[in-house]
Ligand binder design. Structure first.
Ligand SMILES: N[C@@H](CCC(=O)N[C@@H](CS)C(=O)NCC(=O)O)C(=O)O
Length: 215
């Protein structure tokens, strides 16, 4: 389905952009994409600053020029506009449980990986946090963040031993955040989940086989 009047600004190697790419693919919609090169700091150009004043990707720009930043907000808009298949739940209970698990995956997993990466990589000097302000790296945070990632894996394995998907019986946005977290930790921190965590392995093989996960 074409949505030719919206546009999505994103970056190829950005895990937050990937969350939205997978969400869009699961919806089966087609949104024109504009790629930014974060390595040349294109997110700070005047043109993009006018689109997203936090200088981060992704941003969804609507037909009337409205900019929507923040992954959960972008996904909420797309869910409202293109309900099938539902990825944010149908009943009140399902919606809040999916919201709860998505937020937990983001805070306990994704943010921990991001902190370890941004406080350690030489290329991130002065960019320990995303956004328009510049923050020094705190090397002491790296080890703690890696412990958080290890604990995230243990807690996730327990959850997935009790539930087919992250937020319950159905695939949802929470699974998208989870797989993006794991692949980001594997690629950027060389911290894949331990193969002894068999519940994660069962879930990962299932989610990785979806065509959207290749994006
Ligand atoms: N909370 C934001 C986070 C967006 C974010 O941090 N994006 C990263 C890429 S994954 C970025 O734009 N980085 C630019 C930079 O490092 O200056 C969201 O949900 O969209």
């Amino acid at each position: 389905m074409s949505t030719s009047t919206m546009k999505i600004y994103q970056a190829v190697g950005s895990p937050n952009s990937r969350r939205v790419r997978i969400f869009i693919a699961e919806k089966g919609i087609d949104i024109p994409t504009i790629n930014l090169d974060l390595s040349t700091k294109e997110q700070f150009s005047d043109t993009y600053s006018a689109i997203n004043s936090r200088n981060v990707v992704p941003t969804l720009v609507l037909e009337d020029g409205t900019s929507i930043g923040e992954v959960p907000a972008i996904c909420r808009y797309l869910e409202e506009m293109y309900p099938e298949p539902l990825l944010l739940g149908s009943t009140a209970k399902q919606k809040v449980l999916i919201g709860m698990w998505d937020r937990r995956m983001e805070q306990e997993g994704f943010a921990a990986v991001m902190d370890a990466v941004r406080n350690s990589l030489a290329g991130m000097k002065g960019r320990a946090l995303t956004g328009p302000h510049f923050y020094d790296q705190i090397p002491a945070m790296v080890d703690r963040s890696k412990v958080r990632v290890t604990n995230f894996y243990t807690d996730l394995d327990k959850r997935l031993s009790e539930s087919p998907f992250t937020a319950g019986n159905e695939f949802s946005i929470a699974d998208i955040t989870t797989i993006c977290t794991i692949d980001f930790a594997t690629r950027a921190l060389q911290m894949p989940f331990p193969q002894t965590l068999t519940a994660i392995k069962r879930w990962y093989d299932l989610v990785e086989s979806r065509p959207s996960a290749s994006l």
